[in-house]
Design a protein. Structure first.
Length: 172
């Protein structure tokens, strides 16, 4: 409820005091290219600049092959390639905007289940913070789709900065 109703982005910090006091040098920005992620991008740029942190932009492409099995069709591979190419272009745009703001930014695109891949990638690059937008799904829709943010919050070993469309304005 706090995340969905907060007028400002929420930074969830782990209970470990030494981890909480560690300087933030690496931020993993997970984006799904939604409006909430676009808004969170501005907050990431501000925090990365203030903290002198590097940012890795991560996008997780869902593995669509699962959707076709056992009815796999030859066209499914073409579809996957098109989705991946589109994701590469969009991630490149995010990285360019962050660099225009003076942020040292790189990118990574992986295929898999979003929350699992986000947590895994954060651990592999030793990120102190995972930043992401939150669409604020509730009720049946959240139950049916699952909540990437909720799963990342439960599984991440580092802090998580979450901003929803309602909590982030263009001026933040």
């Amino acid at each position: 409820r706090t995340l969905r109703g907060s007028p400002v982005p929420v930074w969830v910090v782990r209970e470990n005091e030494s981890d909480a006091s560690t300087p933030v040098k690496s931020i993993l920005f997970a984006t799904d290219f939604s409006e909430s992620a676009r808004h969170a991008e501005g907050v990431v740029a501000q925090w990365a600049t203030r903290l002198g942190a590097d940012v890795e932009v991560l996008h997780v492409v869902p593995n669509t092959t699962v959707l076709f099995v056992p009815y796999a069709v030859p066209e499914s591979r073409v579809f996957d390639d098109e989705v991946f190419e589109s994701a590469k272009r969009r991630v490149r745009g995010v990285v360019e905007r962050l660099r225009d703001d003076g942020v040292r930014a790189t990118s990574e695109i992986v295929v898999g289940y979003a929350s699992r891949e986000i947590v895994k990638r954060a651990a592999s690059i030793d990120a102190q913070v995972i930043a992401m937008g939150c669409r604020g799904h509730s009720g049946l829709r959240r139950f049916r789709l699952g909540s990437v943010v909720q799963n990342v919050l439960a599984d991440a070993a580092c802090g998580v900065l979450v901003g929803s469309e309602s909590s982030i304005s263009e001026d933040d």
